[in-house]
Ligand binder design. Structure first.
Ligand SMILES: [Zn+2]
Ligand SMILES: [Zn+2]
Length: 326
């Protein structure tokens, strides 16, 4: 890969040389460094929801929660979570389907509301993950420090949270040129602060109006903003950490990605991660009927409603060819 090449968003389905094999290029290109203020904001974005989750247990015990809070939290989790899995991941990163401009923008906004960073940065990091998965250059491999208990514990921490504090950023011009050339997506990406604020404020507003009191607004903010953001963050990061260490490997992939069934519902199908690395552009990750994949159900429904088209569905023959002997 030369300095002017860009990474194929199709990820690992392309020959290794096309996606940046480390044999010719051991260090991934990076550009600007993250500012100190950004690091502090990131610490707060991680720590405040985590503190809320820690406080949630005794509050749950005290019954400081209502069905209203649960409904708002689950709705926000589903909207923002699928914004990431269907929008940021399967659509923007891997182009698993095509859609209209309004749906494209809506997916970018819904994903931004998960507060996992602006869409262009998310996509650039994830394409780099596929280009170098579990090798030198992968932004978040748990195998970074090698095998063995101590190295792997350190690596799991790095893959889960540590990598977010990496001051060196992925080169967006190289890994996401298609998005940088789209004025609407650049605008959505730049307005990240607005989507994050909306994501935190909307549950409080809905909860307050629904419950008719200030306390109802505070309660909804606690559960459907802070706790919801925390749970979704850790589920998303678990795909980077746990799903590259644990799980089954029914398909041939170039890395250590595994299918981790206990995370299937919460991760909205993303924990069928071995299949995903074997066939990155597929819009469906849980390819067996019993493999729960709510992102697939949503894309299927959107296809039926003609909201998306040219969906890349699994080809049984290709899957068979990639299957490893049991
Ligand atoms: Zn992965
Ligand atoms: Zn991916």
């Amino acid at each position: 890969m030369t300095a002017t090449d860009t990474v194929n968003p199709a990820g690992a389905t392309a020959p290794a040389a096309q996606v940046g094999a480390p044999t010719r290029h051991t260090v991934a290109p990076r550009s600007a460094l993250k500012a100190r203020g950004e690091q502090i904001t990131l610490t707060m974005v991680i720590m405040i929801p985590l503190a809320a989750l820690a406080a949630a247990v005794p509050l749950l015990w005290d019954r400081w929660i209502s069905p209203r809070d649960v409904i708002i939290a689950v709705a926000m989790y589903a909207i923002t979570g699928h914004g990431v899995t269907v929008g940021f991941h399967r659509y923007f990163t891997h182009r698993g389907f095509r859609t209209s401009r309004p749906v494209r923008v809506a997916l970018a906004i819904a994903g931004s509301m998960a507060i996992e960073g602006p869409v262009i940065r998310w996509v650039a990091d994830h394409r780099r993950h596929h280009a170098f998965s579990d090798r030198d250059g992968d932004p978040h491999s748990p195998w970074r420090y090698g095998p063995g208990f101590r190295a792997l514990t350190k690596g799991l921490w790095h893959a889960h949270i540590g990598w977010l504090f990496d001051v060196e950023q992925t080169d967006q011009r190289r890994y996401a040129p298609d998005l940088l050339d789209d004025a609407d997506i650049v605008r959505v990406s730049r307005l990240f602060g607005l989507w994050a604020t909306l994501s935190l404020a909307a549950p409080a507003l809905v909860g307050g109006l629904w419950g008719g009191s200030f306390e109802a607004a505070v309660q909804a903010f606690f559960w459907a903003s802070l706790v919801r953001v925390c749970v979704l963050h850790h589920v998303t990061w678990s795909t980077n950490s746990i799903c590259h260490v644990a799980g089954k490997h029914p398909y041939r992939s170039r890395d250590r990605s595994g299918n981790v069934w206990p995370l299937a519902i919460l991760s909205m199908g993303e924990s069928w991660h071995n299949l995903h690395h074997a066939e990155p552009t597929l819009a469906r990750h849980g390819v067996r009927p019993w493999q729960v994949d709510s992102s697939f159900y949503l894309i299927k429904a959107m296809e039926t409603l003609h909201l998306v088209h040219e969906v890349r569905w699994p080809d049984p023959q290709r899957l068979q060819a990639k299957a490893l002997p049991k």
